[in-house]
Design a protein around this ligand. Structure first.
Ligand code: GLA
Length: 742
């Protein structure tokens, strides 16, 4: 008992030493679904409630498909020491991660905030981060005593509950640094000898005159050694007058370093710190010599329009040639775009040749005219993770232009508009029209097609989409035909308000029904429209998505740009993996690299650079559709390098169409193995810890036995494996992606 107490006290002391001004609200939460006004009371006995993890939606804590009310409760002591140490002592901030969708927050039974302060009704969708300010002398705050925080949540659909980054849950004083932050959102620039530079700013909404010093410490996460320190003379800033500092550093190795920026205000002694990682690029520079990229096969239905851009890199101008083209198709030899129609179903073997003054490349390719389309996972862009409902014609055009200029040569081809394009009401004839943000949908599609790219759109089988726009309910035929008229090539069909149409706990047939209905409508359209189900994995959709006519199906709720979200989704895909195949793939949701934001203001992905390598590697191994979810008009060099590694893309686009399987799973690392068409395998060794680890497989491990050639896929270099194992050092949350062949 004594010993236990001692350990507890030491731990407590360490916690307080680390961040005595922040009272963490991560552990100890209880949760119940349902609704009862008495659950806000401090003396309510919640011992029988389940333990809650506030970094995961309740769907992943035993309440699959649950929409409606739920409550969370936590006991927490608020020590007056935080008030004593603060410079300003008048209010506390209760920060609560993200609420999906809306909330009322009680402290000791008293309502202290609701709906993010935005008014309305608890049943309105107001997903997002919550921070509530409470006066320090508010009688609801019980200083130095047990306080009960209770959150009433209402979820309108999809994932629900209280979930966010662990670091977002705390109680702190609203001190002078409130509203003050480091703006580290600018991209790194790359100079000579691998040097990195970046402009960072100290910005504040406070009128306090900050005067102090900014220091920067660079740490090598592998050795934990400080390898660089920098200090300013005076950092002086206030509201509207930021302090700008150019941080530069020349890393000695190709890996991520940790950079910690700290500002200390001289007068108050208050400090503000922020840590970020530095990027490093593994993808080799593109050669000026032609190289043909992308999948080896493309499927089109007989008689439907063909649009295929031969993806090739190399110094322009390039000249394209295709032999074996069936009658009805023509190739533009300057752009590499193949168009036309082929009536007869068959596998047409083609040979592509691309040349410029530096050389020539050729590639065998199969044009599969038949009923199966989407033979390799879709590669494209979707507006949602970047722009949310603020998507418009201009943003889509910019994305298309950038994709054509920078990504199409690597096989990227879809430009998909997500929610937010629909007008408020249908025309008198029942036809759906775009809203004022999309003045000419047909014109936009023509533009996208003129670049050799394809166009996607979004709807719901319910009366409303998840964003509250018009859905396709009872207008499935109308909409499928309208999409075809506009030239649409891809439809994401999102369950959303269909929950109100379907019975409360739909059985499998009831879950399939709306998807089969739209399948039948799409079959009436005279063009190929890739069909992407979005119903968050309900009813283990991977078991029946192909039979219901889907080319892909979401296996999870929505992703966000955190390690918890991305890894929680990505490493949980094994159950669905055996069901992926050419024409029908599991979709663990869209990519969260680059600048994301789900609305008009964007931020760089909060994934570290190593986490981003893991994200792209894992999604490629899983044969997932790769849908870029960032601002394409603002692609930084690192993000571009992530998305244009042809050997990584080749793993995703492999014509065998298999998903990797989870080969090793433990707390510290995982290994995933994907079989490839030529008999080789792609293997990802993922470090799940926040420390460097050496990860390897023995050469006589069943996954490697018989394979003698090993290649680092990201750096596109052979791996020299002299000993009895194949592997290497892997960064925190990072990956080693290997191709093994005979
Ligand atoms: C749901 C989907 C998202 C996105 C939004 C649009 O949340 O899962 O991918 O399409 O709806 O409102």
């Amino acid at each position: 008992m004594m010993k236990k107490n001692l350990i507890f006290l030491v731990l407590l002391a360490l916690c307080f030493k680390a961040d005595a001004q922040n009272i963490s609200l991560v552990k100890g939460w209880k949760m119940s679904i349902g609704d009862d006004a008495g659950w806000s009371a401090p003396n309510f006995d919640d011992k029988g409630w389940q333990n809650a993890n506030i970094t995961r939606p309740w769907e992943r804590q035993g309440h699959a498909n649950y929409d409606g009310f739920g409550w969370y409760r936590l006991h927490v002591v608020i020590p007056s020491s935080i008030k004593e140490k603060a410079y300003l002592k008048d209010s506390i901030i209760i920060s609560l991660g993200s609420i999906d969708d809306n909330d009322e927050v009680y402290l000791n039974g008293k309502l202290i905030g609701k709906y993010g302060g935005r008014g309305g009704d608890i049943k309105e969708s107001k997903y997002g981060h919550r921070s509530y300010v409470v006066a320090a002398n508010n009688p609801a705050v019980q200083w130095d005593k047990d306080n009960v925080l209770a959150i009433r949540v209402y979820d309108t659909g999809g994932d629900g509950g209280v979930y966010g980054l662990a670091s977002e849950y705390n109680i702190r004083m609203s001190d002078i640094m409130e509203g003050t932050q480091f703006d580290t959102g600018k991209d790194f620039s790359y100079g000579d000898k691998n040097s990195l530079g970046k402009s960072i700013q100290l910005v504040s909404k406070n009128h306090y005159q900050y005067r102090g010093k900014l220091s920067v410490i660079v740490t090598d996460p592998e050795t934990n050694k400080i390898i660089n320190t920098q200090k300013t003379d005076t950092a002086h800033f206030t509201n509207g007058k930021p302090f700008t500092w150019w941080f530069a550093f020349a890393p000695s190795q190709k890996k991520s370093y940790l950079v910690t920026y700290t500002f200390k205000d001289t007068k108050t002694g208050v400090e503000l710190s922020q840590t970020e990682t530095t990027p490093y690029i593994l993808t080799p520079a593109v050669s000026r010599v032609p190289r043909i990229n992308g999948a080896d096969i493309f499927g089109v239905r007989p008689g439907h329009p063909v649009l295929y851009l031969i993806p090739a890199t190399g110094r322009t101008p390039l000249t394209y040639k295709a032999t074996g083209l069936p009658a009805g198709l023509k190739l533009d030899t300057k752009t590499g775009i193949i168009t036309g129609f082929v009536a007869k179903a068959a596998n047409y073997p083609l040979i592509f040749t691309v040349s410029n003054k530096f050389g020539t490349d050729t590639k065998k390719f199969t044009l599969a005219i038949g009923d199966n389309i989407g033979l390799t996972p879709a590669l494209g862009w979707n507006s949602w993770n970047a722009w949310g409902l603020s998507v418009n014609d201009e943003k889509v055009r910019i994305s298309a232009r950038e994709m054509a200029e920078r990504l199409a040569a690597h096989g990227w081809g879809y430009i998909n508009i997500d929610d937010g394009w629909e007008a408020a009401a249908r025309n008198a004839d029942g036809k759906i029209t775009p809203n004022s943000k999309f003045p000419d949908m047909r014109g936009l599609t023509d533009y996208v097609h003129s670049l050799g790219l394809r166009m996607g759109i979004y709807s719901s089988p319910g009366p409303k989409t998840c964003g509250g726009y018009l859905g396709s309910y009872q207008h499935e035929d109308d909409d499928a035909l309208t999409y075809a008229e506009w030239g649409i090539d891809y439809l994401k069909y999102d369950w959303c308000s269909y929950g109100q149409i379907a019975p409360r706990s739909p059985n499998l047939d009831e879950m399939k029904k709306p998807y089969q209905e739209m399948r039948a409508s799409l079959n009436k359209a005279n063009r190929d429209i890739l069909y992407s189900f979005c119903q968050y994995g309900m009813g283990s959709v991977w078991n029946w998505g192909a039979e219901a006519g889907g080319n892909s199906w979401r296996t999870t709720g929505d992703i966000t740009d955190t390690w918890a979200s991305m890894s929680g989704i990505g490493f949980n895909q094994d159950k669905a993996a055996p069901l992926a195949g050419p024409g029908h793939f599991n979709d663990p949701d869209m990519l969260v690299v680059g600048k994301v934001g789900w609305g008009p203001s964007l931020h760089p992905s909060r994934l570290t650079f190593d986490e981003q390598y893991s994200h792209i590697s894992l999604w490629s191994l899983l044969a997932s559709p790769l849908l870029i979810g960032c601002d394409m008009g603002n692609l930084d060099r690192f993000t571009l390098s992530l998305l244009t590694n042809d050997e990584v893309i080749a793993v995703n686009q492999d014509a065998l169409g298999k998903s990797a399987r989870q080969y090793i799973k433990n707390d510290n690392y995982q290994v995933w193995v994907k079989e490839l068409k030529d008999g080789s395998k792609a293997i990802g060794l993922f470090n799940l810890t926040d420390k460097y680890q050496t990860l390897s497989l023995a050469k006589n491990d069943p996954a490697l036995a018989g394979y003698h050639k090993f290649r680092n896929i990201w750096s596109q270099q052979p791996i020299v494996a002299a000993g009895s194992t194949v592997g290497g050092k892997v960064a925190p949350h990072g990956v080693l992606l290997i191709r093994v062949s005979k």
